[in-house]
Design a protein around this ligand. Sequence first.
Ligand code: ACO
Length: 224
Amino acid sequence: MEYKLIGPEHYDQVLEHLRRNFFADEPLNKAAGVCQNGSSSAELEEHCVEAMQDGMSLMAVEPQQLGSCKIAGVVLNGIYRSEDTVKALEKLDRSNDPGYRKIFALLHCHNTKNDLFKKYAVESIFDVRILSVDSSYRGRGIANELVKQSVALAKKNGFCLLKADATGIFSQKIFRSHGFEVFAEQPYDKYTDDDGHIILPVEAPHIKLQLLIKHIYEQKLAKD
Ligand code: ACO
């Protein structure tokens, strides 16, 4: 498998990969029914393109298929800045997509409540936003490698803090195995409306959203 940076020339193919995989079977997308039967959500796609435009997203491609560029998996990494939450909440207010609203109300509310900028006095955070592997390539360590290379990329770009909103038990396990720690979590059955109804009926075995973080400490050079 070859791992490379995603450039603007790959955006269409990455979105096509996401429509067939992430939008269809990531736990929150599935619960909200955002994309059914290969359909998609314009707002969700815009969210993905915005992450790719930060230039730190990666894709796994089979070497023999480079010509046709069959994507086996992607990780979309964006730069998260403190002012982004306010802008995101304004965007959410304007959204007419009920599924998108349910998912992003949960994510933004969780991130606002657990203010990493205040806690760690950083201006920007390397945000691992979308981790997705084609269903026919799962179980071969591709997601593990995408997260490993994302950590290396964050280090190379001088970030001292990484975060991920991991929505299912498998992604949570993957992040923890790369040194991420749970900062906060939200059980799905406790995310309810005013009448006590569960807003996102996420299927088992996924039971909670986890906000995971990883610090990168500068290595001290040994003194002569
Ligand atoms: N059942 C049991 N274990 C699993 C499963 C599964 N379905 N999927 C992954 N794992 C475990 C593996 O056993 C492995 O553990 P190990 O390191 O101890 O051997 C570990 O998770 C990593 O496995 P990979 O093979 O690297 O994972 P894969 O390439 O199959 O991708 C992913 C996992 C990304 C969760 C994939 O199933 C997927 O795309 N799911 C749909 C989208 C999704 O839920 N993405 C994550 C949302 S959170 C976010 O995007 C920030």
